[in-house]
Design a binder for this molecule. Sequence first.
Ligand SMILES: [Zn+2]
Length: 236
Amino acid sequence: MAEGAFPATWRKIDFKKTFKVLVGREKHREPYILYDDEIIHRSSFFKSARSAEWSSGTKPVDLPNVKPEIFEAYLHCVRYGEIDVPNNNNGTLDYLMFSKVYVLADMLGDLQAVNIVVDRLFGRRRDATGKGLPNTLELKFAYRKTVASSPLRMLIRDGHVHEGSGNIGNVEADEGDHPAAMLYDIVMEYNRLKCANRDKKIKEILSQKAELRPKCHYHQHNDSHPPCPGATVIDI
Ligand SMILES: [Zn+2]
């Protein structure tokens, strides 16, 4: 076969087409040069920022409210398709860092990265070495920075409903500092499951693990980010 007959595995990049992004504030402000072809097709924010309307001239894209380390974790995800977030010093999962990358990817309209963060959280929560559920601080951040029905909230809610102590009442009694919206989500989901499965024992329903859910259950998709291959929809 002639050389070059195989299609390229990766998207072709015009290495001359770049733009500058300024991330952070004051002395923590860092400049980044990004390739258009690497990021614009997946981020509605950068697509708009690079549109003719915004990019008349060479004005950099400004992200003053984003910390450089979070932006770099996002860029790692864009380039390598994985999230590089080390565990905390005590070996537990750094939910806060995961949530920050999630929130940034969501803000940038990069559902591919959002779904990668969710998948990674989903996978890591099963590790025997990781702690089961986020702490109050991490939960507060996740709820403050996301909208109702966001996959991150769903993942947290289902973790408490299906993989917590098994007694929903204990969440309210023991964790008085938890976000009110989270407690509301948990109670509503518990009631929904109870009503939708009247013929089954609630204990049986609550013990259903997240692994049984369909592939895209915690994903976001749209025209630019079509559903994953083989995804099905199953009601629980
Ligand atoms: Zn999916």
